[in-house]
Write a protein that binds this ligand. Structure first.
Ligand code: C2E
Ligand code: CA
Ligand code: CA
Length: 305
């Protein structure tokens, strides 16, 4: 079906730059196409964001081959033993012109495109290689890897994961796959089967950003989950807001009733750590325990300290 799309731009009357006005209207038309809108009014800031997105998307295709992606690792502490039981692999992009780019700026661009599968495969293999390397150095910890909802639609994913495990020899039960609550709730055809296949390989499964989606208890019961990660928006304010504290408390109870490990994210101070410990939270992750760092720094700080 063909749509007529309209781009609108305004100009102040004292400034007679017709070409600029036409150019801005053209940009608004491009934005309307990009966002699937019928009409778009030109706004400079939005144009900058979209152009940056297009630039980054085209660079991202080469970033893997050029070795520009890096994984950082953030420790997760077992509240009872106070030892690191796992680390979360978090991607960064060392862009040759723009410097270090955080994942929030480029993961969304890859989602829904063929780049997401390529990127996750790189993350998976690199995280397994690095996990094997810190385990060999003496850190008896697993690794948590973030997957996107798109990854579950790839029928080759379980085989690729199995190949990674065979190559890097990380015990499968030390590998946690993290999927956000909203990604799991999308419930696209085939995704539940993929989750079961990953579980059949012996991997563990975590629901990330718990509390930000809309999971029903019935759906939670149907999923082959091992862990929930309470989103930091609830953790951050739990000492100042009794409502937030009650929510965190209920999430911990719900998780335990479902036999799940409960992780709290975004723990930035010792009072929050202590309160979570009193509430029975199992695992803590956050700046209080340690910021995400590259592999060499993790080994230096934790193993060679
Ligand atoms: P996430 O999976 O929820 O990861 C936790 C984020 O919170 C990380 O941000 C981490 O650096 C940050 N964080 C950890 N502790 C604290 C704290 O105490 N305070 C605060 N304010 N923040 C804390 P980061 O590394 O920027 O990652 C952002 C998001 O990007 C991740 O959120 C995840 O959704 C996505 N992401 C990162 N790496 C990957 C990846 O390899 N694949 C996919 N699909 N997504 C990834
Ligand atoms: Ca995560
Ligand atoms: Ca999270």
């Amino acid at each position: 079906m063909l749509f007529t799309r309209i781009g609108i731009a305004f100009n102040d009357l004292c400034n007679n730059e017709l070409n600029l006005l036409l150019g801005n209207a053209g940009s608004a038309l491009q934005q309307a196409k990009f966002e699937h809108n019928l009409i778009k009014v030109y706004e400079k800031e939005e144009e900058d964001t979209i152009l940056l997105g297009i630039d980054l998307w085209s660079d991202l295709g080469h970033a893997i081959e050029e070795g520009e992606l890096i994984l950082y690792y953030q420790p997760q502490i077992d509240v009872v033993t106070e030892k690191i039981i796992s680390t979360e692999a978090l991607i960064r992009w060392n862009h040759p012109q723009r410097g270090l780019i955080q994942p929030d700026q480029f993961i969304k661009l890859a989602e829904g495109t063929e780049l997401m599968g390529k990127l996750t495969l790189w993350v998976l293999n690199t995280a397994l290689r690095h996990c094997a390397s810190y385990r060999n150095a003496g850190l008896d910890a697993g690794v948590s890897i973030n997957f996107s909802a798109d990854n579950l639609l790839d029928p080759e994913l379980p085989d690729l994961v199995m190949q990674g495990i065979e190559i890097w020899k990380v015990p499968p039960d030390k590998i946690m796959i993290e999927l956000t609550e909203s990604a799991i709730m999308e419930d696209k055809p085939g995704s539940l089967e993929s989750l079961h296949e990953l579980k059949a390989l012996g991997l563990k499964l975590a629901m990330d950003d718990f509390g930000t989606g809309f999971s029903s208890t019935a759906r939670l019961l149907n999923l082959p989950l091992d862990e929930i990660k309470i989103d930091m928006m609830f953790v951050k304010d739990m000492l100042t807001s009794p409502t937030h504290e009650r929510i965190v408390d209920s999430m911990i109870s719900l998780g335990h009733q479902l036999n799940l490990i409960v992780v709290a994210e975004g723990v930035e101070d010792d009072q929050t750590y202590e309160r979570l410990k009193q509430l029975g939270c199992d695992v803590i992750q956050g700046y209080f325990v340690g910021r995400p760092v590259p592999l060499t720094e993790l080994i230096q700080r934790v193993v060679l300290k």
